[in-house]
Design a binder for this molecule. Structure first.
Ligand code: SF4
Length: 485
């Protein structure tokens, strides 16, 4: 995008962005593409930039992918030709590379004479050095994604078979990755040794499913078997499901933000339902930071489970304070102030009759830059709120994420620049409190050393190599290494 354009894309309600959703199925006697379509719809919240499906009929792989939502990308015309009983799918939000067709997934490659397709959720932290080595060896790249680097490691592995080539490739990469890989007759699932991103296995009659979240199993009525363990390689083929631990695990560190916000509330992680976990975050918040108020409202939808939890612990009634318009995507508007204000209102409209004259507890899941929160608070006061006590169901965001969440620059975090009292004053609320890291860990219900809290405390579970360029477009700009396609 040209920054001088007078008209530009404007995201009306800036949130931290999800990463990607992956899905795989081995379904003898069934048309995999149709089942993947529904599975991807259940994972749509994890990425809305592009969607893709690759299927195999036991020998040949076909891929169809396009920019857009799953329901926009796929129709009868393009799903019918995707014949085959094994397949993988992907919904993308870019953590490396631009939103372009060539960067969408699954990525198709050849290993020896065998074709394969790969889909990835996560972000590699040593991608630049691997890619530089590969480029120096004469390897060409067609995309600006770290997923292609994994595909390239497999493609160029000296191993004799696909399974060993995958093991060889993942032994070289660092960072976060939940992968599904399709070959002519097999489906593979791999989770990084820290287990940053979720990956689960389900079963439907004789079919096996691998998916980012359990909500994608539910949509097919597939039963949950178990999570793919950190460091595990799962192989599904004509002999059924078999697996091996292929990577040493020194510390597991599931992303705590999956529990706070990313995963769907009806999904289960570590055996725990996400709605209940967020409900407990709200309860912990109420116990840590009570407020004298008439009603509790949420910033929908992500703040709602914690708001209900806050209400139950504080015995302050919960009420719907906003109506959310669920049909808004990107809008293209002039960046002048009056119209920019529409950006928040187009998505959230306060229920004035509920709010007027009330002292409100308002629960949200996080504050990034604070600009959206400021506008939201302003709407509440304009609607007649007497007091606003803002409660955040996570600690202040202070450090960038290198493991697949699009918040790689510290500059934009308001908590880096201001104290909590300064943020309160900036937002114009009567009080502002965040959930503590201890409260968050209690709500998560597992030992805190099982999670990554790095964006709150800077304790990075995988050491970040010095000199890496974490700009999501860094590979895109590296024009020398991108072959023309
Ligand atoms: S740094 Fe934060 S967002 Fe990134 S993986 Fe860790 S907990 Fe998740």
């Amino acid at each position: 995008m040209n920054c001088n354009d007078s008209t530009r894309s404007f995201v009306p309600y800036k949130r931290i962005k999800e990463e990607c959703g992956v899905f795989g199925i081995y379904a003898p006697g069934h048309k995999a593409a149709e089942l993947i379509f529904y599975g991807l719809q259940a994972l749509q919240h994890r990425g809305q930039e592009s969607a893709g499906i690759a299927v195999s009929d036991g020998e040949n792989i076909l891929v169809f992918k396009e920019l857009g939502l799953v329901s926009q990308v796929f129709n009868n015309q393009n799903v019918v030709p995707l014949q085959g009983h094994i397949g993988i799918g992907h919904t993308r939000y870019s953590t490396k590379g631009r939103t372009s067709w060539k960067n969408s997934q699954p990525i198709y490659r050849m290993f020896r004479n065998e074709s394969f397709a790969i889909a990835h959720n996560g972000n590699l932290i040593n991608v630049k050095e691997i890619r530089d080595e590969q480029v120096a060896a004469g390897i060409k790249f067609e995309t600006a994604t770290d997923t292609e680097v994994i595909a390239s490691l497999i493609e160029n592995s000296k191993e004799c078979n696909m399974e060993d080539a995958i093991k060889d490739a993942v032994s070289k990469i660092k960072g976060s990755y939940s992968l599904v890989i399709l070959t002519g007759d097999k489906l593979f699932g791999i989770r990084d040794p820290n287990g940053f991103r979720p990956l689960v296995i389900g079963k439907l009659d004789r079919s096996y499913v691998i998916a980012s979240e359990t909500c994608a199993l539910d949509i097919l009525d597939a039963g949950f078997i178990r999570e793919v363990s950190p460091g595990e390689l799962v192989i599904i083929d004509g002999r059924g499901l078999h697996s091996q631990m292929i990577l040493p695990v020194s510390r597991t560190s599931m992303c705590i933000f999956e529990l706070i916000y990313f995963a769907r509330p009806d999904s289960y992680i570590n055996g725990k339902n996400m709605f209940e976990v967020r409900h407990r975050m709200g309860q912990e918040l109420a116990m840590e930071s009570p407020a004298d108020a008439d009603i509790v409202i949420s910033i929908p939808d992500s703040g709602t489970p914690a708001a209900i939890g806050f209400s139950s612990a504080s015995r302050i009634p919960y009420a719907e304070g906003f109506i959310k318009n669920r049909y808004i995507g990107r809008t293209f508007i002039q960046p002048v102030q009056e119209i920019r204000e529409i950006g928040v209102r187009i998505k959230l409209n306060p229920l004035k009759e509920i709010i007027k004259g009330k002292r409100l507890v308002v629960v949200d899941d996080s504050i990034v830059r604070g600009n959206t929160s400021k506008k939201t608070v302003k709407m509440l006061y304009s609607s007649g709120a007497k007091e606003v006590h803002l409660r955040i169901s996570s600690p202040p965001l202070l450090y960038p994420c290198y493991y697949g969440i699009d918040m790689a620059t510290m500059k934009e975090f308001v908590a880096r620049q201001k104290t909590v009292e300064d943020i309160r004053s900036f937002l114009g609320v009567d009080s502002l409190k965040y959930l503590s890291i201890d409260g968050l860990a209690r709500a998560a219900g597992d030992s805190s050393d099982k999670f990554c809290f790095a964006c709150f405390n800077g304790d990075y579970p995988v050491i970040i190599p010095e000199g890496q360029d974490y700009d999501k477009f860094s590979l895109e700009e590296d024009k020398k290494t991108v072959s023309k396609v």
